[in-house]
Design a protein around this ligand. Sequence first.
Ligand code: NI
Length: 137
Amino acid sequence: MPELQRFSVSLDKNLIIKFDKHIRERDYSTRSKAIGDLIREDLVKKEWVGGKEVAGAVTLVYNHHKRELVNKLINIQHDFHDLVLSSQHLHLDEENCLEIIAVKGNPKEVEKLAHILKATKGVKYGSVTMATTGKEI
Ligand code: NI
């Protein structure tokens, strides 16, 4: 358990009222946890911008009936094998597939991989979840 330190924050009263309502809706039981998460979110954004090692996931939805698409997506992942930790393929229905690719590495490389996968003909949807290795936060 990390050492805790208290500090006081002065904010506009209306902002505190809105913040308390917001964090209640998000099921936070304390302001401390909610504020800590906001700070960590910002630090993770900084990791992505600053080029530190990051972790995350690339999510794709595509129609596996598209000719050669599955092979193309696998070849691209092999080209970036240093980044790819694992991939999970789920069959959503007769033709649509959901693929979740867990990645770790340089954020620019992760974004490049995601852009190439997303831009592949036949991919209906692609997104990147920007997470963290957790080492720095
Ligand atoms: Ni499938």
